[in-house]
Design a protein around this ligand. Sequence first.
Ligand code: PLP
Length: 263
Amino acid sequence: MTIPQVLTIAGSDSGGGAGIQADLKTFQMRGVFGTSVITAVTAQNTLGVFAIHPVPRAIIQAQLKAVAEDFTLSAVKIGMLGNAEIIDCVAEGLEQYSLPNIILDPVMVAKGGSPLLQRNAVTTLKKRLIPKAHVITPNIPEAEIITGIKIRNEQAVFDAAEILHELGAKTVIIKGGHLENSQSVRCKDWFFSPQNHFVLESPRIDTRHTHGTGCTFSACIAAETAKGKGIEQAVRIAKDYISSAIGHSLNIGHGHGPTNHWG
Ligand code: PLP
């Protein structure tokens, strides 16, 4: 038997809640075969990030070569990249192996506030990777940093999406979890493709156990795309998957517990 094969290019989270570990769990649950290129090794748990070791360029290249030359990859999810050199190396690999269906989660900061992308790497991200993204999934702070727009209302979300389109991303999903105050009872994400735009809404779930939500959401979009779903349907499935995973999130560890893939 065969099965759709997907790749995640991201950082390792020793705590198992985010990064490569969240992506592979999501791929498994969505019925696709997950492969991985690790860009950085992080020492972290539910309380925070304690150390980051960027993987050397040659090892990232070797992982990409090994995976791309053997598997038939139908989609690629990109998460934590860490610095400009790694972004450049990954962009080169995407070109060299003509990798399809790039879902780019422009990871910048961990839940506890630790930086996961050097600030001076944002220009390289805009130049080298955003133009290759079939889908980009920033949260509000990431969209603000990339576009330079302060997002305080819905019009600013539309303006930021337009800039992300101009930078070359085909479909833009701006995750609104960071926009509304904690009184809000709904959680909104905005979807913009060249054909369509709409809002995805779900009840706001009051929990601090949300480690790995961004990773899981983008990995699910990659998995569903690899299974042949259209982008709109893939995103709707990912929204349901992540809402359920947050709704049943795990109170393990002593800080921000992880989303629950059996949710
Ligand atoms: N990637 C790695 C390796 C991480 O450690 C984190 C957060 O700690 C993220 C991505 C982003 O996590 P989230 O999905 O919670 O935004």
